[in-house]
Design a protein around this ligand. Sequence first.
Ligand SMILES: *[C@@H]1O[C@H](CO)[C@@H](O)[C@H](O)[C@H]1NC(C)=O
Ligand SMILES: *[C@@H]1O[C@H](CO)[C@@H](O)[C@H](O)[C@H]1NC(C)=O
Ligand SMILES: *[C@@H]1O[C@H](CO)[C@@H](O)[C@H](O)[C@H]1NC(C)=O
Ligand SMILES: *[C@@H]1O[C@H](CO)[C@@H](O)[C@H](O)[C@H]1NC(C)=O
Ligand SMILES: *[C@@H]1O[C@H](CO)[C@@H](O)[C@H](O)[C@H]1NC(C)=O
Length: 552
Amino acid sequence: MDLFYLNPLLFLFFLPGFCAGSSVLPPGPVDVVAGKSVTLRVLVAKNTDDIIIWNFSDGKDQTNVGTLRSNTSQLNDPYKTRAAIDPSNGFLTVNALQNEDSGDYSINILKSSGTTLTGEIKVRVLVPVSNVVIKSDLDEAIENNSTVVLTCSASGSDLTFSWTNDTVPIVADGKRLIVTNMPPSLDGGSSKLTITGVLRSDLVGPIFCTAKNSLEQGKSPPFNLTVYYGPEDVTINPLKPSEYVTSNSDFNLTCAARSSPPATFTWYYNTVEIKASGPILTLKTIETQGFGKQLADYTCRAQNAKTKRVIPSSAVRFSVMEPIIDAIITSPTSALMAGNSSANISCRATSGNVTEIIWLKDSKALSASDRVVFSSDKSSIFISVLQKEDNGVYTCKLRNSVSEKEATYIMTVSYGPDPVTVNGKGEVEVDTEVVLTCSAPSVPPANFTWKLNGTVLPPKTTNLVIQKASYKDSGLYTCEAFNQVTGKTTVNTHTLSVKEEINDGLSDGAIAGIVIACLVAVGAFIALFFYCRQKVPNRSSNKHDASIQSPY
Ligand SMILES: *[C@@H]1O[C@H](CO)[C@@H](O)[C@H](O)[C@H]1NC(C)=O
Ligand SMILES: *[C@@H]1O[C@H](CO)[C@@H](O)[C@H](O)[C@H]1NC(C)=O
Ligand SMILES: *[C@@H]1O[C@H](CO)[C@@H](O)[C@H](O)[C@H]1NC(C)=O
Ligand SMILES: *[C@@H]1O[C@H](CO)[C@@H](O)[C@H](O)[C@H]1NC(C)=O
Ligand SMILES: *[C@@H]1O[C@H](CO)[C@@H](O)[C@H](O)[C@H]1NC(C)=O
């Protein structure tokens, strides 16, 4: 009823002009919800003998509502039961308003002075706000592609609509978001929200629509619409697997994507599809379908059944590596002769992929030379012509990124004997122990034969041991080294002289003999001494002769 408040200035301004209706009644229109009542106030004071006539016009016909005369009101059908004119001030009250009561209500006040005041006011009976609902032209939408038109409709008069995403007002930008309102009518209205290239976030608010008129407002139930999107951010894991993956291990690839509805996945080996489904591709699947033997790119493609988009992941590259189970070395079977034979040593794996072969000799890297030639794949080595230095332990190591196995071969190259050396003392006292050692490098080890002055001695060993040397052991010792395989013999000699010595075990007679012999010798020496004093220059030539007394 605040609407009936009148600005006093307006009242004063219009009071002198009797013909101006706006001074008699407040300005309209007056909105009233159907079923409610309205009281139309009169702005001029009423005198007891004023006659007041209320009329109603629906725009076509005018009907008389009622008349107040001498403080008595008289109402016409259909107002008799639901309207009243207040005798004290002439106010008209109409109850139980209906749509048909909308229209212009006019008043004529016949003053006792003879003047007539008239006024008119518009009354609008509004249908209450109800049935505010949002409907979509689509049941589901696709991000960026779909244009979604939401229609909010409501019953009610003279409605204006507003949209909110949850509680945030949706501001139409005239491009992506467009709001179109149907012209207001008395019994209902609608508003369209058009979203072009809908985004996933647009419609999950939920969305509400509010319809209101000057008297009431109504809010729709929450509305949301699934906007399908993706796949996007398609990721494969592990992103950087090692280049070689061990065969039969529990390795697998997983794929993930943001997508609504959730994406389905397909897998590719280079451009060939792998028969597998789901976000996990196991190594077993790869291997049972015969993939993996070569280095190749693996990708997954994420597909969205609703958006129909297919997005590939980045590619990961690896090959499946069978571990090496064992290494086998193949070596020459015949006897090898230095300076005459050659050897082919080869190495292979019982199973598995070999990516690297390393050859060692006596634990050190074996390198190629003019005699040692590696096959191009390094699986075999060919040594020609063999030399004694080639004897040793040969190892081949077979490697791949997931395993390593080795095998060894001990190569025996027959050679020699090399020149014999004989070691031992050249001069010994009688009865001492003498050890002569003969050596001559040889494979297989040489057989030795000892000889004294050309006569073969019993020992066949490297060492010749004479436990108590006697004078008769003096002589020229020969050591012969013989290699049964090469058939070669080498020889060297050694001279041993055993010096006789006077010892306590001699008889008295022998001692006496020796004493006499000494005396004779002393006598002879003295005689020689005096003889020589006369011929000193001859001594040096005698000494020279003595030094030539060698065994040879
Ligand atoms: C709207 O959202 C609610 C809860 O988030 C959900 O239960 C309902 O299914 C959604 N309705 C539609 C039409 O997507
Ligand atoms: C989405 O739009 C693109 C380009 O306008 C079109 O090629 C594609 O088929 C559309 N996708 C769907 C699922 O409608
Ligand atoms: C060395 O090789 C030649 C032929 O190449 C052969 O006739 C000779 O018997 C060989 N010698 C030995 C000691 O095996
Ligand atoms: C050595 O033996 C391997 C394996 O048997 C063979 O492939 C290769 O040709 C041989 N090399 C030579 C030089 O004979
Ligand atoms: C061997 O020869 C040397 C010199 O000819 C001789 O002195 C020695 O007595 C001889 N030894 C034997 C055991 O015959």
